[in-house]
Design a binder for this molecule. Sequence first.
Ligand code: SF4
Ligand code: SF4
Length: 178
Amino acid sequence: MDNDVKDEAYYRKLWTGMFPVRLKVALEDGVLVNAYCPQCRFCCGPQAEEKPFPMALLDRQISARTPDDFYLLDSRTASLDRRGCKSLGPSGCRLERPLRPLACGLFPLVLVNRRLYLYKICPASMLEPLETFQAMAAQVKAMLEALPAADVERISIFRDPEDLKAKYLDLGLDVAGS
Ligand code: SF4
Ligand code: SF4
C-alpha cells in the first residue's frame, strides 16, 4: 500500500500534527486494531505506485457483492491502485471486518515474500514504539503459521526486497505455514 514519494520526515511531521495524542494499537482476536485508521485512511486511498497492491480474498469472503466492494485483479484478489480501495468511505472502511482482506486486518504489519514487515510510514508505526509492533508481529507469525502453507503463500505479497526499503521495515520474521 504505497501512495506517495515523500520521505519519512515529511510523514513524521504530518502525523505528529494530526495525532497530538497517542491512540490505541493492539492485536485483538487476530486483528490489529488501529485507532489511527479512521482519521488517517492513508493506506486505503489512491496509490501513487504503478504496480497494484494485491489483497487476497479467502473463499468465504467471495460472493456476488465482491465486485461492488473491490477493484479486482482476479476473482479472488482485490486490488489497491491509483483509484484507492472501492470500500473506503468518509469514515474509513465501510466493510464489516469479516469481509475485509486478511491483509487489512494486519496492516501496518505486512506479509511480503512470506516474511513480516512493518509499513513504516503509517502514523501508528511512526508514533508508537517499535517494540509494540515487534510483539504483535511475533503473535501474527504464530497465527499465520497455523494456516495451511498454501494459504500463507496466497496471502503473501511478492516484491523485490530492494523495492521495500523505502517504506517497509523488515521485522526478521519468516512465516512458513503448516
Ligand atoms: S496508514 Fe496506518 S493508520 Fe493509516 S489507515 Fe493505514 S494502517 Fe491505518
Ligand atoms: S477493504 Fe477496507 S481496510 Fe481494506 S483497503 Fe479497502 S477500505 Fe481499506
